[in-house]
Design a protein around this ligand. Structure first.
Ligand code: SF4
Length: 324
């Protein structure tokens, strides 16, 4: 039997090329190896989201990107977290067996509490419990994670072990599947690519927007003039050339070091590469966006299929907890 993968992502709206390289392309690959469940975690977003009026547009834009990138609702279950409300029921039940000390020690909780001192809400503390509920409600056995997320998964595994020993052995311990996701540096050349830092390129951006953003990107800070030799090894434009399979990479690097190519020309080449690579995605996305009612169908079908598994798990959990 194939293992079952679960992965959730917050509804951050249109995805950028860093999201694609870091997660989405891996989601697409996993579909052929596992039974996959991909969820847009809207309830998680409530812990930090400021403007809730963006929620629905963000969910739709994100699902459009997933579909255009190759996530296939025939192969995978794709749905919105709150459309299967049993996850909240399981969250409450798990919260009864999870020691508060475990949650207060989580570094991301401390960090979020520092970042939003005006809104240290109860949901923020219980975040790992809800994350655990997401995974085990579907009895997922595999969770794709980056190295930095391994401690979160370990906490979920501890909650599972505690439930299984205190109540009854209901849940498999989910295993992390380390994904080799290159950390994509943003156009500022310093930080991880992120929407909040506005150093990103959206997958669905127009070719003109893409070009404009690349032309404004930071390069080797020591190269002040065209006649200064550059250092491709510290320049993010060079990294992006590499990621997009630039056929003239060696040539560009040599010319950069000898100040024979200017950054403007080098960036123009990159913009062409990125636009060419994204063109099929953008065409597919536009086609999907035109299909009236298609997203609603996917959301409903995903919730229905996920709901079948969720209801059975909740029945089992309630039975073991003597609630039935
Ligand atoms: S020529 Fe290209 S690789 Fe060299 S510093 Fe300029 S942008 Fe970077």
């Amino acid at each position: 039997m194939r293992g079952r993968v679960f992965s959730g992502a917050r509804p951050t709206g249109r995805q950028h090329i860093g999201n694609y390289m870091g997660a989405i392309q891996n989601y697409v690959k996993l579909q052929d190896e596992y039974e996959c469940i991909y969820c847009i975690v809207d309830i998680h977003a409530l812990t930090t989201m400021e403007d809730l009026s963006n929620m629905q547009p963000n969910i739709r834009e994100m699902m459009l990107d997933w579909l255009a990138a190759g996530l296939d609702p025939q192969k995978s279950i794709m749905f919105v977290q709150s459309h299967v409300p049993q996850v909240m029921e399981l969250h409450t039940l798990l919260s009864m067996i999870t020691p508060l000390g475990w949650l207060l020690r989580v570094p991301t909780f401390k960090e979020k509490a520092r970042m939003q001192p005006q809104n240290v809400n109860y949901g923020l503390v219980g975040y790992p419990v809800l994350m655990t509920a997401d995974i085990i409600l579907y009895k997922a056995t595999v969770v794709p994670v980056g190295e930095d997320q391994l401690p979160h998964l370990e906490l979920s595994r501890e909650i599972v072990r505690r439930f299984n020993s205190l109540i009854a052995p209901v849940f498999p311990e989910p295993q992390g599947k380390l994904t080799e996701a290159p950390m994509m540096v943003g156009l500022d050349g310093v930080s991880k690519m992120s929407k909040s830092l506005n150093n990103h390129i959206e997958l669905a951006a127009t070719p003109e927007e893409t070009r404009k953003r690349i032309m404004a990107a930071f390069t080797d800070p020591q190269r002040k003039k065209r006649s200064d030799p550059g250092r491709p090894e510290v320049c993010n434009i060079d990294t992006l050339h590499r990621l997009y399979g630039c056929v003239k990479l060696g040539e560009i690097e040599t010319e950069c070091r000898a100040a024979k190519i200017g950054c403007v020309e080098c960036k123009k080449l990159l913009a062409d590469e990125v636009n060419t690579a994204l063109e099929p995605f953008r065409t597919r996305r536009a086609e999907i966006a035109q299909r009236k009612g298609y997203l609603e169908e996917i959301f409903a079908d995903g919730a229905q299929r996920a709901g079948v598994i969720a209801r059975e798990t909740i029945r089992e959990v309630k039975e073991k907890m003597h609630l039935l």
